[in-house]
Design a protein around this ligand. Structure first.
Ligand SMILES: *Cc1c(COP(=O)(O)O)cnc(C)c1O
Length: 401
């Protein structure tokens, strides 16, 4: 069978438009395609491959668990799930964990829990959910409705009700929306898909205080920011704001699908037996790999390494920009980095991604104006330098086109 890009158009639902490059193997921050072409990976599978490709600790955990037991269902619990949950609650504000298979599912659980909590505690009138324009929370119908991009939620018929939005970092607009009928507020502690936008400390604290005042639960969607990406285990630590519910996925499995929702015992008790569930959630194979990823990332060396690598990354990116003047701002936190194209290149971020691919470098965009980088948290200095040299060539090719 010839497996190539044309086969995609023949057999796949057309909701994606993948590149013609088909990677077949990866090691650390290097990837090889079907023709043996080598790429440096600054994309990390969209902030998923936190330890690069085929990290020995993850491969060992996968092999070990793969020869023990793969799946049980939640009719029985299992050792990897309980160990991982214990480590996650020990390392965070949370006391209880729920496992899912993706970010959207973790968020779906968070939103359903918040609705249950408010209904049980305060009554049916407390159902409003506030979220932020340009936010992204996944693609289930509830999460896409809560996400702040109509392009993703329109065209599917009637939406889940009582979901409203305001601008991120606009505390006055938020204050005008929230009331005693607000059930929950869902926000990213740094908007990823929306363009790598950090909240101001004042905004994050203000949202927390107003949630507390109105008995609304604050849900932090840390699907992209979590598990070391910002240099903290979770980004809330850096904001000095503690959410009531936190969701995590992407980097949690280091490339194996898993998501989780973390919360307190008082809130968790509202998801009683039978109120929510998942066939695969807490699957032993997924939890064993995630446990290895979590153990590896949650060390002072890896977390401080993120800060050091980010400094080098930003320095080199700034130097490229000083030479070619294509970006108006380089922003983000840790190894979640966005380069905003300036007016000359408005709407053309994707051209830098395409040019980078031609130079043997994998990057991402976040909207039409931001080139996004989410490399492995343990990428080597050599790979950062070589990748950035390739990026410089890509920028030159766009500028000189
Ligand atoms: C990627 C992402 C999601 C969705 O995760 P899936 O695993 O694709 O369902 C949700 N929230 C944020 C902030 C994300 O970056």
């Amino acid at each position: 069978m010839t497996v190539n890009r044309e086969l995609f158009d023949q057999v796949m639902v057309p909701n994606y438009a993948p590149s013609s490059v088909i990677p077949v193997r990866g090691e650390g921050s290097r990837v090889w395609d079907q023709q043996g072409r080598e790429f440096i990976d600054f994309a990390g599978g969209i902030a998923v491959n936190c330890l690069g490709h085929c990290h020995p600790a993850l491969v060992a955990a996968l092999k070990e668990q793969g020869e023990k037991i793969w799946h049980l269902s939640n009719v029985m619990t299992n050792e990897p799930a309980l160990r991982l949950a214990k480590k996650m609650v020990d390392a965070t504000f949370a006391e209880k964990a729920y496992f899912a298979n993706s970010g959207a599912e973790a968020n779906e659980a968070a939103l359903k829990l918040a609705r249950r909590f408010a209904l049980d505690t305060y009554g049916a009138q407390k159902s409003q959910i506030i979220a932020f324009n340009k936010g992204f929370h996944g693609r289930t119908f509830f999460t896409v409705t809560v996400g702040g991009q109509a392009a993703y939620s329109d065209g599917f018929g009637p939406k889940p009700a009582d979901v409203v939005h305001c601008d991120y970092n606009d505390l006055a607009a938020f204050e005008a929306l929230i009331s005693d009928n607000t059930c929950a507020v869902m926000m990213e502690p740094l908007q990823g898909e929306g363009g790598i936008v950090s909240p101001s400390n004042e905004f994050a604290k203000g949202v927390r205080d107003l949630c507390t005042k109105h008995n609304a639960l604050l849900i932090f969607d840390e699907v992209q920011t979590g598990v070391g990406r910002t240099g903290h285990l979770y980004a809330y630590e850096g904001l000095d704001v503690v959410p009531d519910i936190l969701t995590t996925a992407k980097a949690l499995g280091g490339g194996f699908p898993i998501g989780a929702m973390l919360t307190t015992t008082d809130i968790a008790k509202h998801l009683k037996v039978g109120t929510h569930g998942s066939t695969y959630g807490g699957n032993p194979l997924a939890c064993a790999v995630a446990e290895a990823a979590f153990d590896t990332v949650n060390t002072p060396e890896v977390l401080s390494g993120v800060v050091e690598k980010a400094a080098l990354f930003n320095e080199l990116l700034t130097a490229v920009n000083a030479k070619y003047d294509v970006f108006s701002e380089i922003r983000g936190q840790g190894l979640l980095i966005g380069a905003v194209v300036n007016e000359k290149f408005a709407g053309r971020a994707k051209e830098f991604l395409v040019a980078a691919t031609e130079q043997g470098l994998m990057t991402l965009v976040a909207g039409a104006d931001v080139v996004r980088f989410t490399p492995s948290l343990v990428i080597t200095e050599d790979d950062i330098r070589e990748g950035m040299a390739r990026f410089e060539k890509a920028v030159a090719s766009v500028v000189n086109a």
